[in-house]
Design a protein around this ligand. Sequence first.
Ligand SMILES: [Zn+2]
Ligand SMILES: [Zn+2]
Length: 92
Amino acid sequence: MSRPRVIRCAACAGRIKPQHPHVGVEDLETGVEFSYHARPDCQIRCAEETATRLSAGKVYAAHHYHSALCPVAASGFGCTGGCFDTPMAVAN
Ligand SMILES: [Zn+2]
Ligand SMILES: [Zn+2]
């Protein structure tokens, strides 16, 4: 039996439940993905850290993982499920 992957927030080191909304920032070179809670303080850290990494010449793709209860299947933030209160400004 494989155990579910534990996702930890790169901003606060807290655990992110897979069924809860969160943001993943994927390093397109290495495939490593940094995950962040959808709450504003972690999103601020996410935007800051991503900006720092981008300025170092890295290339990233941001993924928005919606809540399991979110009625919107489309990717990206701005859904009506309230997953992402504060749309963050990261390059995509
Ligand atoms: Zn967090
Ligand atoms: Zn949503």
